[in-house]
Ligand binder design. Structure first.
Ligand code: 5GP
Ligand code: MN
Length: 347
């Protein structure tokens, strides 16, 4: 007999008509995550390639929460190497970065956070495939629904914000709050991107109630840079090009330039903000080289452009005003295509 197809339980928390104002500020704290965790003993948690603050914060936030509420469960976070400035998060030292040896390692449950498509899992694809029970929480409108049990809320400013609404607040201690607050500030640009809502501020307030050093977190996780990161920002500004009457600023940082600045792809977070902040710029584009034939695209919009649509054309995704993708072919031809797509939206 053919195996019955598992039913999908995709829960899309969205009310398009009312936008972010529709987010429930009463924080009823949905219990489905606890119900899932309760059923399994050996749990894997993972996120996306080049983990950012939201990915890392949601993974470690849930890990610390499970340790508090379900101390007998074994829980392992699998992520790529993280950027130095997020090293202060409680639980970073226990992250398993060593995927290759553990390819295919089986768990009873895998929780996938902040990852919008299968290819975003990178090295943790093998662990994902070996584990039958899967649960995912995400906030990318471009999510491809690759996990059967998915809680998706595109209106949420971060996965961390959404995660908080799914936790039992009694077990959200200082450590959990540190992690979730970090993801909230990095994905909302310290509460300034258009995704920031009244609920964002209420959740942030609840986390501040756990006496977290919020000023230190904001400086450490968002504003501070290593000298090498400052150098690569300077390189991007020095080599910026403008298109469409200065409404688009773009820079290309190749491997050679990255080596000269002393950075690797995980250090590039924040570089594009320098381009976005230039007065008159609606759209910022940063292309950086990951490998000989592998380029990463980052796109940001200020007021009206929908850059996720451009990223999707390259097989990527993200949010309306912040999106990304990659390409492996010819730099010039791809740049031309991206600029054409930008030009079609610029007013
Ligand atoms: P960043 O430009 O900072 O890498 O990413 C901005 C946003 O776009 C993030 O929400 C990130 O998850 C998403 N994003 C970046 N690169 C990709 C990609 O290659 N594929 C998909 N699906 N999303 C991406
Ligand atoms: Mn996110």
């Amino acid at each position: 007999m053919p195996k019955a197809k598992k039913p999908k339980k995709i829960c899309i928390l969205q009310n398009k008509k009312k936008g972010r104002e529709a987010l429930d500020i009463n924080l009823k704290n949905d219990t489905q995550l606890d119900d899932v965790i309760e059923k399994y003993e050996n749990i894997a948690i993972t996120g996306h390639v080049r983990p950012d603050g939201d990915c890392l914060g949601s993974c470690l936030g849930i890990k610390n929460y499970i340790n508090n509420k379900f101390p007998s469960k074994k829980v392992t976070v699998y992520l790529e190497e993280i950027m130095d400035r997020l090293n202060f998060l409680p639980g970073v030292e226990e992250i398993d970065h060593d995927f290759n040896k553990k390819a295919g390692r089986k768990h009873d449950l895998i929780i996938v956070l902040d990852a919008s498509s299968f290819d975003r899992l990178g090295d943790s694809e093998a662990i994902f495939e070996a584990t039958e029970s899967r649960f995912s929480i995400d906030h990318h409108a471009t999510n491809t629904h690759f996990v059967d049990n998915l809680v998706l809320e595109p209106e949420s400013s971060s996965t961390c914000e959404l995660v908080y609404t799914m936790l039992d607040p009694k077990y959200v201690d200082y450590n959990v709050a540190m992690c979730l607050y970090t993801g909230m500030i990095t994905d909302s640009g310290v509460f300034k991107y258009s995704s920031t809502s009244k609920r964002t501020m209420i959740v942030a307030g609840e986390l501040m109630d756990r006496n977290i050093p919020f000023q230190t977190i904001i400086d450490g996780a968002f504003y501070s840079k290593t000298y090498e990161q400052a150098k690569v920002c300077a390189y991007a500004i020095e080599n910026v090009k403008f298109a469409f009457d200065g409404k688009c600023a773009y820079a290309i940082v190749d491997k050679n330039a990255m080596e000269k600045c002393g950075v690797t792809p995980k250090d590039m977070d924040g570089t594009i903000d320098e381009l976005r902040l230039i007065i008159g710029v609606e759209c910022a584009l940063l292309i950086y080289q990951i490998d000989e034939n592998d380029y990463k695209i980052s796109l940001r919009a200020k007021d009206y452009m929908e850059v996720d649509k451009i990223a999707v054309e390259f097989g990527g995704g993200g949010h309306v005003r912040a999106a990304g993708a990659s390409f492996d072919g010819n730099l010039e031809a791809n740049l031309k295509k991206i600029l054409e797509l930008i030009g079609a939206q610029i007013r």
